[in-house]
Design a protein around this ligand. Structure first.
Ligand code: SAH
Ligand code: SF4
Length: 429
């Protein structure tokens, strides 16, 4: 199993490497001068994460050589099946595909589309755009959920402080490092370390964990730990966590402040913008189907995400959890989430868009449907199984009883069937 294809560096200018993958050229940042012309490297999220020897690279390349082109053929076939029509939706899609900007009314029309033909037209156009702009690379991230303690009380979240029936856990530094070792051994090259907002882990503890993983492995590390101080984030970046996953949750200030008691939307956005400014690879986005959220809000959410220039869009459905004040709200339907994915793709054609684990709870094929509606990134839960069920943000998380190996294998199979290479090569030149 392999979540990265080695590439050969053919040029480096101002710390940006041009990396060759069987003739396809991509761009990736070189941190700390780890790679030079002629080196074989692994790149993730637009960053060279590891230099490897030719002796290690060449056998892996041999395995990939045929598959690389075979997968592209499958993807080309699947993404060329387009549904045609000649109504408003068809003309909006044509506008977007011809490089035009969709205005708010256009976006609203797409979000409101309902009949099957219109929906198919929207999804296939988004899938086509994804392939034209980004080809078939699909980044597979592993997520390690290391603590379900949280001092916040977000109304939507199953691990909120107010959930008194949940059994709480904290992984030790050693357990977190072991879980990362295990995931990396399985082939993951991008890992997210996520938790509730848990001050038990001091800045120094978190930095030491990140540093250890970073020193042991060529892996792109994201942290997803909510609102910690700038000082904390700076330390984590310096220790080797170059990515931050932090959603703004909703662009609607009133809803935000109702859903996240004691929290301010502006403070969250200031932090997100600052993280991007200081160089973090940013993954951000929003929740869909918050009480009171309108289609206009969703349009604002997409536009706000785009304006933050994230390296990855991460948005997903709010899945109601029984031990929260939102227990009785309605789950959004799959086609609505697919429309939001497709619309995001049409509005921001070069975006990396995650098909989230919450989306996967909406049906057995929901992850695949997301990938066929414009998404190009996936997340697999790599938390040790004894803790996985307890990280209970929302009910119905897939794979809570499966081993990480089994889930990874299933994902690879799915990606193969869709013609996606389970890898992130960097940005197309
Ligand atoms: N505490 C950190 C990270 C963990 S929560 C933070 O809040 O940023 C990670 C994400 O889970 C949140 O950003 C939220 O969007 C999502 N989430 C929480 N409860 C959810 C639910 N019931 N359904 C779907 N997603 C949920
Ligand atoms: Fe805590 Fe994050 Fe859940 Fe809010 S969403 S209660 S901050 S874990």
């Amino acid at each position: 199993m392999c979540y990265a294809i080695p590439g050969k560096v053919i040029a480096v200018t101002n710390n940006i490497a041009t990396v060759d993958y069987f003739g396809e050229l991509r761009r990736a940042h070189v941190m700390d001068g780890i790679a030079q012309i002629g080196d074989y490297v692994y790149a993730q999220g637009g960053i060279v994460v590891e230099k490897i020897s030719a002796a290690d690279a060449i056998p892996v390349l041999e395995i990939w050589r045929e598959q690389f082109f075979e997968l592209k053929k499958v993807d080309a076939r699947l993404s060329s099946t387009s549904t045609k029509g000649n109504n408003t939706i068809a003309s909006l899609i044509a506008k977007a595909e011809n490089g035009g900007n969709l205005n708010r009314n256009d976006m609203l029309a797409i979000l409101s589309a309902e009949n099957r033909t219109n929906l198919e037209m929207i999804y296939t156009a988004a899938n086509r755009t994804r392939r034209n702009r980004l080809d078939n690379a699909c980044c597979v991230h592993g997520i390690i959920e290391f603590s379900n303690h949280c001092l916040n009380d977000c109304l939507y979240c199953g691990i909120r402080a107010g959930n008194k029936v949940l059994k709480r856990y904290r992984m030790s530094s050693e357990e977190i490092i072991d879980a990362a070792d295990h995931a990396i051994k399985l082939g993951f090259r991008s890992l997210v370390l996520q938790s509730g907002e848990d001050q038990y882990y001091t800045d120094a503890m978190l930095a030491a964990i990140v540093k250890e993983i970073h020193e042991r492995h060529g892996v792109l590390l994201f942290v997803s730990i909510g609102e910690r101080s700038k000082e904390c984030y700076r330390k984590l970046y310096e220790s080797g966590a170059y990515g931050a996953l932090i959603r703004f949750e909703t662009s609607n200030k009133n809803i935000y402040e109702r859903m996240r008691p004691g929290k301010k939307l502006q403070a969250r956005l200031n932090l997100i913008r600052w993280l991007k400014e200081i160089g973090f690879i940013l993954a951000t986005g929003f929740l869909i189907s918050l009480p009171g959220q309108t289609q206009d809000d969703i349009i604002n959410d997409i536009l706000l995400t785009k304006s933050l220039k994230p390296d990855m869009y991460s948005f997903g459905p709010l899945i109601p959890h029984l031990q929260t004040p939102l227990a009785t709200i309605e789950k959004p339907n799959l086609s609505y989430i697919l429309k939001v994915i497709a619309l995001s793709r049409l509005v921001d054609p070069d975006a990396k868009i995650l098909a989230t684990t919450a989306l996967e709870t909406l049906g057995p094929d929901a992850g695949a449907a997301g990938l066929l509606a414009g998404a190009n990134s996936l997340m697999i839960d790599a938390t040790p199984s004894k803790y996985r069920k307890l990280y209970d943000l929302y009910p119905g998380k897939t794979g809570t009883d499966e081993s990480v190996e089994a889930m990874a294998e299933k994902t690879i199979k799915l990606l193969r069937s869709l013609g996606r290479a389970p890898t992130d090569l960097g940005v197309l030149l």
